[in-house]
Design a protein around this ligand. Structure first.
Ligand code: FE2
Ligand code: FE2
Length: 280
């Protein structure tokens, strides 16, 4: 049975950020149906936190243990609004791996969204993202929490892992989404492949073209996976992040042993963050 993204994660709808317990499977996020530009007041929202977890590279039941430990920890975070899985959820795009992800993430007490990574694409171009889409339905999306807009952006070009150029039609999708966003509203862009200007490896070939689309908008954060290592830098008021993997099937590419996830704390337009280690 295919779940919609909201059916799968039990979407919350219009309830407050402090009461993000899971609800039924038929809730509709009415706020998302309204154009952001219609929301008049910015700067009034409450503080909240969100989590990114990336590169779980699930293969079998044993491999999901670290994700289950992470979920247990994440459920203890106060004022948590949502979780985003930043790709490479599966190691080899297997249905069984996405099912394991479903079983782990559906224990989260908040909504969980995802973007695909190169390992979430199968080898057959005709069916490459089908297994991912059975469980996550969407590869790109836009959500709003408080003042902020969160954009999940599919940065993949099938299974390519280096010198990746995001296809133009996805840049067109992003430009279209931005047209509907109040220019003052802080934006977080969530991707698998890094856009960090000085990432050690794997920057998207057309990263600057993507970032140029945000001209005239209030981009504040770009959070990514794929590199399997913690990298933090800031350019022109935009915080660029990559985070260590949360996998026992893969190592970090920077040689660091710590596995885990990242918690972001949103306070007005400000954002702080911390890396949380999970026992491997
Ligand atoms: Fe990865
Ligand atoms: Fe990757």
């Amino acid at each position: 049975m295919a779940f919609t993204r909201r059916q799968f994660f039990g979407f919350i709808g219009l309830i407050g950020l402090n009461s993000c317990a899971r609800t039924g499977l038929d809730k509709v996020d009415i706020s998302r149906l309204k154009p952001d530009i219609s929301v008049p007041r910015i700067g009034q929202s409450k503080k909240y936190s969100f989590v990114t977890i990336n590169d779980t590279h699930l293969t079998n039941a044993r491999s999901v243990a670290i994700v289950n430990r992470a979920v247990n920890d994440i459920n203890e975070i106060e004022d948590l609004a949502f979780v985003v899985a930043l790709g490479d959820i599966a190691n080899d795009a297997e249905v069984s791996a996405f099912r394991l992800a479903q079983q782990a993430f559906e224990r989260l007490e908040v909504p969980c969204w995802a973007v695909p990574g190169n390992h979430d694409y199968g080898s057959n171009p005709a069916t490459s993202l089908n297994n991912y889409l059975q469980y996550f339905e969407e590869a790109e999306w836009r959500e709003r929490r408080g003042d902020w807009v969160f954009i999940g952006f599919n940065s993949c070009d099938e299974q390519e892992y280096q010198d990746v150029m995001v296809p133009q039609y996805r840049l067109d999708w992003l430009a279209h989404e931005l047209e509907r966003i109040n220019p003052e509203r802080p934006i977080a862009l969530l991707t698998h492949h890094p856009l960090n200007p000085n990432t050690a490896r794997y920057r998207l070939v057309n990263a600057e073209d993507i970032l140029a689309l945000f001209e005239g908008h209030n981009l504040r954060l770009v959070s990514s996976g794929h590199f399997h290592g913690n990298q933090i830098e800031e350019r022109d008021g935009v915080l660029f992040m990559t985070t260590a993997c949360c996998a026992t099937t893969r190592d970090n590419m920077d040689g660091t042993p710590e596995k885990g996830y990242r918690v972001y704390h949103v306070d007005g337009e400000s954002i702080s963050h911390e890396f949380i280690t999970v026992q491997a």
